[in-house]
Design a protein around this ligand. Structure first.
Ligand code: F0G
Length: 454
């Protein structure tokens, strides 16, 4: 028998899961107005809502937390954090923030964005909201075939579209943001070549190149696996080459630093760093803690080290592929190559009887919950409304080091039950909150007809 790729860790602490009944879940979802963000975590059996802040920390991270220095200024923990970020990225001015969106908000506040445009391979929803709140327009220029080409680097920017946009908006492009991996575009990776070409264009046009680096390790692993000429490089070198491209990076540490809370903002330019320092003190905290406890900084420093372990990344990709295979075997159309942090299902294709306005992604997500307590996240019309990508996706995100193979088998079995009745999944209507930005967090909905369960 072929040996499986195993979880390269043992489990020392456990958290109970309560297995709810279908009747209970029907009631729970009604009370939550069919918004899965309004469901209590204890009422979820397998929680694939997000990979953000939901990972399990290692024994070394917990041990590092005990060394947390909680001094207001100049804490030892800050210097360990700063050293870890320097070693990984080489970017000189490093600021902790309480999470990724705080780094985005501060960057947008200190950059002159009014009336400008921000070009991207795919802005994450909070990044777009921060860009817009600062008076700029975000333009996503991802590959048109990103979700259909089944190519290794579907997260790349479309260089022709990028060049056109740079010409059309010459003198008015405030920032270029490359999101690695490209979360809103099926979690697809971005090639080193694409990052290099975009960064060269930014340097030539004197435009600030920003890396949204929250899943840098997963992106680096894909580069090592799939990009010609990269296989022999250590992952740390590939990661470094990615960071070498940027003038600025923002990072939610809740992803590839494998912590439950934290973010990073880092810049090369001293004058920009000075502006950030002032804003950080006003809004997040003193620059040596930036909204985090000293112990959080310790956990990030250790996590940044652990995440580039090849055995860990091999297992992480294998786990996602395994989930992707289960969902495909169940009969759901899966976006390939399967990303590491999540498997994306094309709900529009799975439920062709529903148009975008019928929210097929939300219908499928609700069905997964009703059938088996599996919580996922719609990424489509509900999340983005009219300005987003035109695909109706459901994201099955995998928390880091949390679920085992049998949990994934459960998800696969539930997906089979859902796929068997997919033609009867109902349209969803928004009853409250349709016009709010980031409406997916708070909107209330109802199904047009009963779900075929129970
Ligand atoms: N950028 C990307 C690509 C993200 O995926 C996220 C968060 C952020 C920025 C913001 O970071 O949450 O620490 O403020 N993504 C989570 C998700 C919420 O579920 O994909 P944050």
């Amino acid at each position: 028998m072929k040996r499986p790729i195993i979880e390269p860790f043992r489990i020392k602490v456990t958290e109970p899961i309560r297995v709810t009944t279908g009747v209970e879940r029907q009631k729970i979802l009604e009370v939550a107005h069919y918004n899965l963000f309004a469901v209590r975590a204890e009422d979820v059996i397998v929680d694939l809502l997000t990979d953000s802040g939901t990972g399990a920390m290692s024994a070394e991270q917990w041990a590092a937390m005990m060394r947390g220095d909680e001094s207001y200024a100049g804490a030892k923990s800050f210097f360990r954090f700063e050293d870890a970020v320097h070693t990984l990225t080489g970017v000189p001015h490093v600021f902790p923030t309480h999470q990724g969106r705080a780094a985005e908000r501060i960057l947008c506040a200190v950059s002159d964005l009014t009336g400008k445009v921000v070009l991207s391979n795919g802005l994450f929803d909070t990044t777009r909201a921060n860009v817009e709140a600062a008076g700029a327009r975000g333009l996503d220029l991802g590959r048109a075939d990103a979700l259909t080409a089944h190519a290794s680097f579907g997260g790349d920017v479309d260089l022709d579209a990028f060049d056109r946009a740079m010409r059309e908006h010459a003198g008015n492009v405030a920032l270029v943001v490359m999101t690695v991996t490209n979360n809103t575009v099926g979690g697809q990776a971005v090639s080193l070549e694409n990052l290099t070409l975009v960064s060269q264009r930014c340097r030539a046009a004197n435009v600030t190149f920003v890396l949204d680096a929250c899943r840098f390790a997963e992106n680096a692993y894909r580069i090592k696996q799939d990009e010609p000429g990269q296989a022999k490089k250590p992952l740390s070198q590939i990661a470094r080459e990615m960071f070498d491209m940027c003038d600025v990076f923002t990072m939610s540490a809740k992803k590839d630093a494998i912590v439950n809370m934290g973010g990073i903002l880092a810049v090369r330019d001293r004058a920009l760093a000075e502006k950030i320092r002032v804003d950080l003190i006003r809004t997040e905290g003193f620059p040596s803690y930036g909204g985090l406890a000293g112990r959080d900084l310790e956990a990030i420093a250790q996590g940044l080290h652990e995440v580039l372990d090849e055995a860990y990344l091999e297992y992480r990709f294998a786990a996602a592929r395994y989930l992707g295979q289960k969902l495909a075997d169940a009969g759901l159309p899966v976006i390939t190559p399967v990303a590491a942090h999540a498997v994306y299902v094309d709900a529009g294709a799975a439920l062709p009887h529903l148009g975008a306005h019928d929210l097929p992604g939300q219908s499928l997500a609700c069905a997964m919950y009703l059938a088996g307590g599996v919580r996922t996240c719609e990424i489509g019309e509900l999340m983005f409304g009219a300005d987003g990508p035109k695909r109706q996706l459901v994201r099955f995100a995998l928390p880091r080091r949390v679920y085992t193979q049998s949990h994934v088998d459960w998800v696969g079995a539930v997906a089979e039950e859902v796929a068997a009745v997919k033609a009867r999944l109902p349209a969803m209507r928004i009853t409250t909150g349709a016009d709010v930005r980031l409406r997916h967090f708070i909107a209330e909905m109802r199904p047009e007809a009963p779900f075929p369960f129970g």
